[in-house]
Ligand binder design. Structure first.
Ligand code: ADP
Ligand code: MG
Length: 151
């Protein structure tokens, strides 16, 4: 088994493994993508592939919103040319979606005012994931992750 997770295992390093084998099949799906708007769709596809392989299609709607928000943030707010999206099956019912980018600025959920046209993405992620999201600084960037769970 390859293992390049960060020390606290809450985020992937920028050189995360492509796949980890287990008796039940792949538990990690990961892809390096251009930091560009069209990659958001590719990230959703990766999420779908993983969820279907794991028989967790019921998580798809929620997981799509989460990966869309995290990827969009990397596209809009990060820097340099690539990002890495990783989908990990944490246990039977829990899937972690993580996006590594090359900006060391760690995001914070903020309270958007009534008239604000932006600033709600991470609040939506936090709500969908029951607060299970976070950001882990890495040597050359950070990992923003969130976990979705079958009810
Ligand atoms: N990947 C990221 N890299 C750097 N800053 C980020 C990232 N994601 C979010 N942020 C910061 O956190 C703020 C809140 O993000 P979010 O709730 O998604 O709102 P929005 O993207 O609409 O501004 C952003 O405005 C930005 O300053
Ligand atoms: Mg956003």
């Amino acid at each position: 088994m390859s293992s390049q997770q960060s020390p606290d295992s809450r985020g992937m390093t920028i050189d995360a493994p492509v796949a980890e084998a287990s008796a039940t099949g792949r538990t990690v799906y990961t892809e390096s993508l251009r930091r560009a708007p069209e990659s958001v769709r590719s990230a959703r596809r990766l999420v779908s592939s993983a969820l279907r392989a794991w028989g967790l299609e019921r998580l798809e709607d929620t997981a799509w919103i989460v990966v869309t928000e995290l990827m969009s943030n990397a596209v809009v707010h990060a820097r340099l040319s690539t990002v890495r999206v990783t989908v990990t099956r944490r246990d039977q019912c829990v899937v972690r979606i993580a996006v590594v980018d090359r900006s060391r600025r760690v995001p914070q959920s903020q309270a958007a005012d009534l008239d604000d046209e932006s600033g709600r993405g991470l609040a939506i992620v936090a709500a969908l994931c029951s607060g299970r999201w976070g950001a882990v600084p890495l040597r050359r960037g950070k990992c923003v992750w969130a976990e979705v769970e079958l009810a």
